[in-house]
Structure formats: structure tokens, C-alpha cells
Design a protein around this ligand. Structure first.
Ligand code: KIV
Ligand code: ZN
Length: 497
């Protein structure tokens, strides 16, 4: 019988705290439902003391999903633990994740404390959390740079206090795979009561080692991995769930029971990317647009003879199924709603109407509506920014013309039209938008993504703008890239308070 490897997803906590990735409660529930469909064992739903919004999301996620354990983060502070317990009161299975820094940087500089005081605080926090729930996870923040014998003492003490999972975070992404693996092995071999807890990995990707470190942790005895969809997270991100799951699946010598429905990986990736407005880089392992694309003639020839010559994963296994779904301009709301449900998007009423309207526009332009298209439409429909609405766009460009754009936008019941020129059609249209909205914004990042299946396909545009020292993100999708660009800019500007 294979040993169980627990998948702990922290997309809604460690990734969601990244600027630009914030979700509202409805969106978090949507992601949580998809994570449940994906089969994760634990969903870290938030840090309830941090804001009323986070508190509420943990409450609502606890009500909305039933299979995974719902986890709430705290510091080693009683008030945090009280609030987390309160937020978890509807969870079928709730876990409190409490902890404190254990590296010299944290002990002496951040917490102005001593190693012994830190152990006392850690033990008290675990005991306090135990009053509320049986399932208590302890994190030793910055374990990656903590002195190993001291870390072993902390781990022994918190297990004695009742911790059922001990998390060894490489908070700064500092470790090399062999170092991280050695840390886990040291704990396995030197903590006398280690058999009473599960060791968890939690790796950050500052040196691009998060997945390698996580795998090294598993090889050396960790049986829970903390991961995020698409590897989103603080700074360079966290370990990507899809990478760890598929690495284990591909290497049969790592004989673990992993209860992930891999066919839901791509759906999960797209949903999170759309809702969090974080594009997936094309060459991203497993879920990037190019992850299963073979461009060189030699590779194409090999794949045609036998797929396995250049592919270690059957794309179908991770839900990369390019087949079209049967939705046309004649499909009604019920069919659309049904297919949206298939991709984990539950909606009705005005929200469904908004998506349906966009769907009809797309269906008129495009023969095949794919699941990807639906995910994009759903992302747009749900997040549509109602402040500014693009009514019309006309662009004149070419090699011997000054690019000029006329943009018409409705706003607060009125319609405004401006014409402007620029370095290219997008620049011209952006200049027109800026004069209509009268916002002094600077475009910091502009990304056009994935025209995958021909010239009639959807172009997705992500834009990041700055305004008075703050960053705002916008997203647009349209068969016309200039239109998608204008929509993304209006979306971003609409978020300025
Ligand atoms: O990276 C980290 O140390 C964390 C802890 C709060 C678990 O995210
Ligand atoms: Zn983290």
C-alpha cells in the first residue's frame, strides 16, 4: 500500500496576498470549489485576523466546500488563534496553522527575542490552538535559514504540545535541494517524537528551486507539500502544485498515493490565472501554452512516430484537450451555464447574462468555442469593470500612416469620444483612453497572450498601470487585440478609486 502524500494548497493565502492577485469572496469560493474538484487535501483559505474580508472568506469557503480540510493561518498570538477558530466554525474539518520565526534573523531582529522565548511562544500557541481544534499545524518561519539543531528542538517541543503537522518553510527560497532535503532528513532522524506528526514542505522560488526543494523534501521524509496553482506567491512565488504532482506521477519510484484528479490541472490553472490576472508564462512547465507544443521538424517527426519520443506526459492527463465543445451562437443560457459549471464556474442571473452577452459576440466571430475561451469569458464576465464601457473603436494604421485611434467610451450615463495618435495602434488607442478618462496613468507592463489556434482566436491582454504610486491590473480578451488592449486599460483604470 502506497503512503499518502497530502496536497496542501495555499493559493488562497500565500498567493492571494500578492499585490494584484487579490480576490473577492465570490471569486475565492469559485477557486475553492475548483480546488475541491481537483482533489486537494487541504485548502489554506486565508489569514482571518488580517482583515474582515479574509475572515469572511474563510467562513464562506468553510460553508462552500466539504471534502478538503479548511485551514486558517495565524501568528503565535492568542487573538489570531481566537479569530481563526471563529472563522473556521462552519468547516467540516478545520485546521489552525500557527507559527513563529526560528532563524537568527527572526529571533533576534524581527522578534527581538531569544531562542528559549521563541520555543515558549511556539508551545503556548500550539496548546492554545488545540483548545479549538484537534488538527494543529505549526510553521517554523524561515526554517530554511534556521540552525538545524535548534529547529529540531522547536519541532520536538511543538509536537509534544500537540502539533499534528510540522511545516518547515524555506521562506526566503534560500536552500539548495540537497540542503533542504538534509534538513528534512535530520528532523526525521533526530526528533524523537517525529512519528507523531507529518512533516510538511513549504518552499519559495527565489532561486528557482521551489519544486526541486519540495521533491527533495518528499524523498527525505516529508509527507505533505504546500503548493499553489501556477506557482503563484510572494516574490518569485511558491512551489507549483502541477509541477510536484506531475513529477511524482512521472517517477514511479516515488510510490505515493496522491489524490489529485490531474485532468483538472489545466482548468485550475486557467481559472486562477484569469481571476488573479496573472498570465501563465508560455514555457511554464505543465500548464504553459508551449508545454506540449513541438516546433522543430525533428521533434514533430518523432512525436508523430511515437508521442513518447519527446513527451513525458500525455497532455490529456493534465486536461490539455484541445477538442471543441459544442457551443455556437445559437446556444442558449442554459447550455452556457452547463458548460460553465463543467469548468467550475457557478453563475446565474446578471452575472450569467454578462458572460452570455460576451459569449454571443465571440460566437459570432469564431467557429469553435473552446473550454479555454469559456474560461476567459467567465473571468471577464465575473470581473467586468462596469465603470467604463468601450462602445466603439476605430483604428487607422499602416506603413505610411500615422497610427490614429478614435475611441468611444460610456461612463456614468454619458458617452465620450476622443481621437489620438501614437507610436502604433495600441499606443494611439491608449492615448485616446487617457484623455477620455482624464487619468494620468503610466503603463508599466503590457502583455498580449496566446493566440493559439489560428487568426480568429481570442487575444488576451494583461496590463499593469501605475497611478499616484499605486499599481492597478486590467484584463481584456477579444478576437481583436487592439480592442482587448483598450478593454484591459479601461478595466485597470476602473479600479482606481
Ligand atoms: O513562507 C512562509 O514561511 C509562510 C508561512 C507563514 C507558512 O508562508
Ligand atoms: Zn510562504
Amino acid at each position: 500500500m502506497s503512503e499518502k502524500l497530502y496536497i496542501f494548497d495555499t493559493t488562497l493565502r500565500d498567493a492571494e496576498q500578492v499585490p494584484g492577485c487579490q480576490l473577492n469572496t465570490i471569486e475565492k469560493i469559485e477557486v475553492a470549489r475548483q480546488l475541491e474538484k481537483l482533489g486537494v487535501d487541504i485548502i489554506e483559505a486565508g489569514f482571518p485576523i488580517s482583515s474582515p474580508g479574509d475572515f469572511n472568506s474563510v467562513v464562506e469557503i468553510s460553508k462552500a466546500v466539504t471534502s478538503p480540510t479548511i485551514c486558517a493561518l495565524t501568528r503565535a498570538v492568542e487573538k489570531d488563534i481566537d479569530v481563526a477558530a471563529e472563522a473556521l466554525k462552519y468547516a467540516k474539518r478545520g485546521r489552525i496553522h500557527t507559527g513563529i520565526g526560528t532563524s537568527p534573523y527572526h529571533i533576534y531582529e524581527k522578534l527581538n527575542s531569544t531562542p528559549e522565548q521563541i520555543i515558549e511562544r511556539a508551545v503556548s500557541a500550539v496548546k492554545y490552538a488545540k483548545k479549538y481544534v484537534e488538527d494543529v499545524e505549526f510553521y517554523a518561519e524561515d526554517a530554511g535559514r534556521s540552525e538545524i539543531e535548534y529547529l529540531a528542538r522547536v519541532v520536538e517541543a511543538v509536537i509534544k504540545a500537540g502539533a499534528t503537522v510540522v511545516n518547515i518553510p524555506d521562506t526566503t527560497g534560500y536552500c539548495l535541494p540537497n540542503e533542504y532535503g538534509e534538513k528534512i532528513a535530520y528532523l526525521v532522524n533526530n526528533v524523537p517524537n517525529i512519528d507523531r506528526a507529518i512533516i510538511s514542505t513549504h518552499c519559495h522560488n527565489d532561486l528557482g528551486m521551489a519544486t526541486a526543494n519540495t521533491i527533495s523534501g518528499i524523498i527525505n521524509g516529508a509527507r505533505q507539500v504546500e503548493v499553489t496553482i501556477n506557482g503563484l506567491g510572494e516574490r518569485a512565488g511558491n512551489t507549483a502544485m502541477e509541477e510536484v504532482v506531475m513529477a511524482v506521477a512521472c517517477h514511479k519510484n516515488m510510490d505515493f498515493q496522491v489524490d489529485i484528479n490531474t485532468h483538472e490541472i489545466m482548468n485550475s490553472s486557467q481559472l486562477v490565472s484569469n481571476l488573479m490576472r496573472m498570465p501563465v508564462q508560455p514555457n511554464k512547465a505543465i500548464v504553459g501554452r508551449n508545454a506540449f507544443a513541438h516546433s522543430s521538424g525533428i521533434h514533430q517527426d518523432g512525436v508523430l512516430k511515437n508521442r513518447e519520443t519527446y513527451e513525458i506526459i500525455d497532455p490529456e492527463m493534465v486536461g490539455v484537450d484541445q477538442s471543441s465543445i459544442i457551443l455556437t451562437a445559437r446556444s442558449g443560457r442554459a447550455a452556457l451555464k452547463h458548460h460553465l459549471k463543467e469548468i467550475g464556474r457557478y453563475c446565474d442571473g446578471e452575472e450569467l447574462d454578462a458572460i452570455y452577452e460576451n459569449f454571443l459576440v465571440l460566437a459570432d466571430k469564431k467557429k469553435d468555442i473552446t473550454l479555454r475561451d469559456l474560461e476567459i469569458l467567465a473571468g471577464q464576465g465575473g470581473k467586468e469593470n462596469k465603470t467604463f464601457k468601450l462602445e466603439a473603436l476605430q483604428v487607422v494604421c499602416g506603413s505610411s500612416t500615422i497610427p490614429t485611434a478614435t475611441v468611444q467610451v460610456s461612463f456614468g450615463g454619458d458617452t465620450f469620444t476622443e481621437t489620438a495618435s501614437g507610436n502604433g495602434p495600441v499606443d494611439a488607442a491608449f492615448n485616446a483612453v487617457k484623455s477620455i478618462t482624464k487619468r494620468r496613468v503610466h503603463v508599466e507592463e503590457y502583455l498580449v497572450q496566446a493566440i493559439t489556434r489560428g487568426s480568429d482566436d481570442l487575444g488576451k491582454v494583461h496590463v499593469q498601470i501605475s497611478h499616484k504610486g499605486h499599481m492597478y491590473y486590467g484584463f481584456g480578451a477579444n478576437t481583436d487585440v487592439v480592442t482587448a488592449s483598450v478593454e484591459s486599460l479601461l478595466d485597470a483604470i476602473g479600479h482606481i478609486n
